[in-house]
Design a protein around this ligand. Sequence first.
Ligand SMILES: Cc1cc2nc3c(=O)[nH]c(=O)nc-3n(C[C@H](O)[C@H](O)[C@H](O)COP(=O)(O)O)c2cc1C
Ligand code: SF4
Ligand code: SF4
Length: 456
Amino acid sequence: MADLSINFAGIKSPNPFWLASAPPTNTGYQVMKAFDAGWGGAVWKTLAVPVINTASRYGSVNYKDKRMIGFNNIELISDRPVADNLREIEEVKKRFPEHAMIVSLMFQTKEEWHQMVRDAENAGADGLELNFGCPHGMCERGMGSAVGQEPKVLQTIVEWVMEVAKVPVIVKLTPNITDITVPARAAKAGGANAISLINTIQSLVGVDIDNFVPYPIVDGKSTNGGYCGPAVKPVALNMVKNCAQIPGYDLPISGIGGIETWRDAVEFMLLGSSSVQVCTAVMHYGFGIIRELTAGLNNYLDEKGFKSVQEIVGKAVPNVQPWENLNLKYNIKAEIHEEKCIECQLCYTACEDGAHQAIGLRPDSRIPYIIKENCVGCNLCSLVCPSEGCITMERVDDGTEFLSWKQMVAAGDSPTDFNDPRAGGINHHYNDPDSALVKSKPLHYKSKETETVAEV
Ligand SMILES: Cc1cc2nc3c(=O)[nH]c(=O)nc-3n(C[C@H](O)[C@H](O)[C@H](O)COP(=O)(O)O)c2cc1C
Ligand code: SF4
Ligand code: SF4
């Protein structure tokens, strides 16, 4: 059994799964319940200045039969008295000394920051997370993402905190910025011990088209909120990777954004996260998901022969390259495994209308076939195919050649105009535009019986 414990910038945790600072970490009751269920750590709901929350405060994106694939909130930070929070943090820490207790903070003046750093440490915090990410409400008061978007201000506040902090300090970054590496560098310049990302993405999740108000609705009005949940995972993964690839960057990264399964967590780790944080999935399914998260991670590590979580951190980072370094000689083509085909013809429609007209239909069968000479290996058909493993992408080059755009340019061998035979699309098949108006049958059809191809 692999070792799931981590030491994140000096914060020890029995496993890498932490609750993100959010409603599930609002009270001692919840955090104790979570630790008891198996969560390794928790980032307490952000302590800050007094606030008032609205009703309602959440919106969601539902897709087909799946609810909350994206989640949106206009909630502010903790609205409970700071003294109550600190007392409960202390109680939880006493009952669970081995678990990671990180306290999230967001203040304005240097004096407030200093006071709260000391208070949180006195309550037993193992680490502090500075919330420079909240994209609504608090930014209008000069905090949250208003700080995260100003690298100089961010660095100054980190410096204030580092003047007094005795426990590791994590800076939580906002994704509402063009280049995430800029605040990541500022956090390091300010002396932070680690970074975490992403906080929520500024968003409107939808509009009530009968009453002309976006969601969530507060007495007939709305405001932009913060987007999270499974839908934001790709954005978060890319930003985590961007930080992990900063040359010489040695701050540990806590990955956040759309993590719901152990696979999601592993992906974040492979791209550079040493711990992961979860909010929406717990708000949706409860603390119990930790069983599947830890068991799944354990099995994965065992099956791959890894002894600890640390061994997989960043393993996929070198494989993310600038486009110009990819092998242009690598060639794949789609293949349909007829025995798995459910004859829906979604692949045909997708390739016919949305790709390269490389899938044909037969007059005597509903199973499509690949027109190999037209296929550019784009992958679309295998993505739309609802039958697992029915369309695979098969390598057709012999694997001996490597040529990247960068190499072509360096050798002075890149295409110079659109008629250049080295240009990408020059040898591809394109149907005659007029043939689009022939309605009676598909442009290509091949009889299963005779294997003869008819061009219309
Ligand atoms: C309702 C709600 C409240 C949140 N409150 C906070 C907060 O007080 N402090 C903070 O740093 N992040 C807060 N977040 C952001 C989460 O900690 C997390 O960064 C974000 O939701 C992405 O993770 P997820 O996709 O797992 O939800 C909140 C998120 C939600 C949904
Ligand atoms: S999408 Fe897949 S299952 Fe549907 S027709 Fe194409 S190959 Fe068959
Ligand atoms: S890989 Fe792309 S071009 Fe080839 S058949 Fe599929 S959709 Fe068409």
